[in-house]
Design a protein around this ligand. Structure first.
Ligand code: COA
Length: 321
């Protein structure tokens, strides 16, 4: 049995926050942010617009494209670090009810920005036991986790959702391979001190994200190269066989450095962080959907996706579309 991506969909909130908007309240500039990240603007969820609202919109679009009815789904997985509720219920349960996926199991998966890649592999495994289609969503309201006075971090993130519908088929190819990894250290380089059991000494009230940007940057460049290379080698393929690389949209400079390391042209990477920013677990599925709609992913094309995030977690997917 092979597992194919039968449909993709995404949703970005209406409100756009530009670098110039940020520079009105922060000691920063469009020039600094764009030259250090490749980001010009990001979308921000409206007051009262929750992660599940964005997930439902992306899901509806992916289901329509796949021609799958919600009641045919065997599973709904939402990869998120910013679900509607801190602990429970799962955002996936809210989505399952809202879209009418009456026969599906539903749960959230938290692997930070790598969450969508993790969820896709978990879904593929689930489908070996029960071949009904699975809806995999990455959805984030990152704007609700940010300290908007911290120029080191708040400039990076945006809100949104992306979704794919996975379908089982006897037809060859689809998701050829995946890799999941974790490099947890004693001092995690990215932490959100909000609402967990741990009181962060540097942030006893909670509510702030802390990040060692340089450490994360260097990790990401290495992991993009290593992860894709390992998947390709397992199939007797090389970077030259890839038609597109859809990487986590954290920072254009990370992707440029990874492209140099892989000796691949930058044109081989899909880039949308310019107007979307880093949407964490929603980043890869939004980029996949935009790449499909832009005609950058075609039937038969070989696509690699790769992501990294807090943990540090990382993962990759190799897909013959
Ligand atoms: C965060 C990141 C953009 C910072 O870029 P950088 O080139 O490493 O910049 P530095 O952190 O070395 O900071 C350089 C200077 O710019 C300043 N600076 C930081 N943010 C700024 C901003 N928004 N505007 C203006 N100046 C800023 C810093 O204070 C520092 O000043 P100093 O030299 O006087 O101390 C970059 O490290 C990065 O993208 N890392 C990966 C982060 C990531 O992907 N996180 C996602 C986690 S899943």
């Amino acid at each position: 049995m092979f597992v194919h991506i039968a449909g993709t969909g995404s949703y970005l909130p209406e409100k756009v926050l530009t670098n110039d908007d940020l520079a009105k309240t922060l000691d920063t500039s469009d020039e600094w942010i764009f030259s250090h990240t490749g980001i010009h603007s990001r979308h921000i969820a409206a007051d009262g617009e929750e992660t599940s609202d964005m997930a439902v919109k992306a899901a509806g679009r992916a289901l329509a494209e796949a021609g799958v009815k919600p009641e045919e789904l065997g599973g709904v997985i939402v990869a998120t670090s910013s679900g509607d509720y801190r602990s429970f219920p799962a955002t996936a349960s809210l989505v399952q009810a809202r879209i009418g996926a009456t026969n599906a199991g539903a749960f959230d998966l938290q692997a930070a920005c790598s969450g969508f890649v993790y969820a896709t592999r978990v879904a593929q495994g689930m489908m070996q036991l029960d071949p009904r289609p699975v809806l995999v969503i990455g959805a984030e309201a990152m704007s609700r986790l940010l300290d908007w006075t911290d120029r080191n971090i708040c400039i990076l993130f945006g809100d949104g959702a992306g979704a794919v519908v996975l379908k089982a088929s006897d037809e060859k190819d689809g998701i050829l391979d995946s890799i999941l990894g974790s490099d947890g250290g004693s001092v995690p380089p990215v932490i959100s001190c909000t609402g967990g059991t741990k009181v962060c000494p540097e942030d006893p009230v909670g509510g702030k994200m802390h990040m060692n940007g340089r450490a994360v940057f260097n990790f990401a460049v290495k992991i993009f190269d290593d992860t894709i290379r390992r998947m390709l080698e397992r199939h007797g393929l090389t970077f030259d066989d890839l038609s597109l690389i859809v990487a986590h949209q954290a920072n254009a400079r990370i992707i440029e450095a990874a492209a140099r390391r892989m000796k691949q042209p930058l044109e081989k990477f899909f880039l949308n962080m310019n107007t979307v920013g880093n949407t964490s677990a929603a980043s890869v599925p939004i980029a996949l959907d935009e790449a499909v709609k832009a005609g950058r992913i075609r039937q038969g094309g070989l696509v690699a996706s790769v992501a990294f995030g807090a943990g540090l977690s990382y993962g990759g997917l190799l897909i013959r579309w």
